[in-house]
Design a protein around this ligand. Structure first.
Ligand SMILES: [Zn+2]
Length: 290
């Protein structure tokens, strides 16, 4: 066989590998339901230089582990997702620039979220007209922060709980405030006394430190690759915008600022715009070394 024939044979075999099951895919999640974070692990036959997954009409960036054939990515199932089968279209790039594609399926189950009824200061249910420009401005600013996609990955290993206290009010609850239906609870509340230090759950860049109408003193951390943490109702700030924080670093003190019934810590997580439960993020990555 001459060298050209060998080359052709090798490239033919390479092509066959790409078409058949090039990826061995698995996932880990608390459950496959609305509001859950899913850790997708991909073992590739060929070393890759880049990988991404498209799911729920969004692109989720994947990251290499200590091996260039073993990649992971976090996929968010938004709070409003209906039950059904959803593809995760995986696309890897090899060192020669060719792409390897494979589809994986997630079977999302239905979830019924309970309703919570709260009584808060009337100005937080029907804000005075003069507050509306401020509320609109703040809502736009927060949306812009969450829409950012920093391709760098700042977070490492697993996520920590920001306070020692137990979660008290669950994610996704329909909210009835002073008898009027309002948007669902898109975070998880943790029991903590006023003045308790709130810690960064993972490494991240501080991208917003501001007093907002509804959430009071608020800190947003960019963990990279489209993953954000938002902490609300703080009494004091311990960070400044632009600063990098490490897991466990104080970001502020727990308080009762904004629309609250008492002191607690509210933690919201956004993953590429999907509204997901922080507790599911902790669970998906627990025991993870990557
Ligand atoms: Zn809350």
């Amino acid at each position: 066989m001459n060298s050209l024939a060998i080359l052709l044979l090798v490239s033919f075999l390479g092509g066959v590998q790409n078409e058949s099951s090039s990826f061995e895919v698995s996932h880990r999640a608390r459950s496959l339901q609305p509001g859950e974070v899913v850790l997708v692990t991909v073992r590739s036959q060929l070393p890759l230089t880049r990988m991404e997954g498209q799911a729920f009409e969004k692109t989720f960036l994947f990251y290499p582990t200590d091996q260039d054939t073993l990649w992971q990515g976090l996929v968010g199932i938004d709070l409003a997702t209906t039950a059904g089968r959803y593809p995760v279209k995986l696309k890897g790039t090899t060192s020669d620039g060719s792409s390897v594609q494979q589809s994986y399926e997630l079977q999302v189950e239905h979830k019924e979220f309970p309703t919570r009824r709260l009584t808060v200061d009337e100005k937080f249910v029907n804000p005075p007209g003069e507050m509306m420009p401020r509320i609109r401005r703040e809502s736009k600013r927060v949306s812009q922060v969450f829409a950012g996609l920093n391709s760098e990955k700042f977070w490492e290993d697993s996520f920590l709980s920001p306070v020692p206290g137990a979660p008290t009010s669950g994610f996704g609850k329909r909210s009835i405030l002073n008898g009027q239906p309002r948007s669902p609870h898109t975070g998880t509340d943790f029991d903590a006394d006023e003045g308790t230090p709130a810690a960064a759950p993972n490494r991240g860049k501080v991208v917003l430190v501001s007093d907002l109408y509804y959430s009071g003193n608020t800190v947003i951390l960019d963990h990279g690759q489209g993953l954000y943490s938002y902490f609300a109702h703080l009494s004091r700030f311990a960070v400044e915008e632009g600063q990098m924080v490490l897991p466990g670093d104080p970001i502020g003190l727990v308080g009762a600022t904004g629309r609250v019934t008492g002191a607690h810590l509210h933690w919201t997580v956004r993953l590429n715009g999907t509204r997901v439960d922080p507790l599911s993020l902790i669970e998906a990555l627990s025991g993870s070394n990557h």
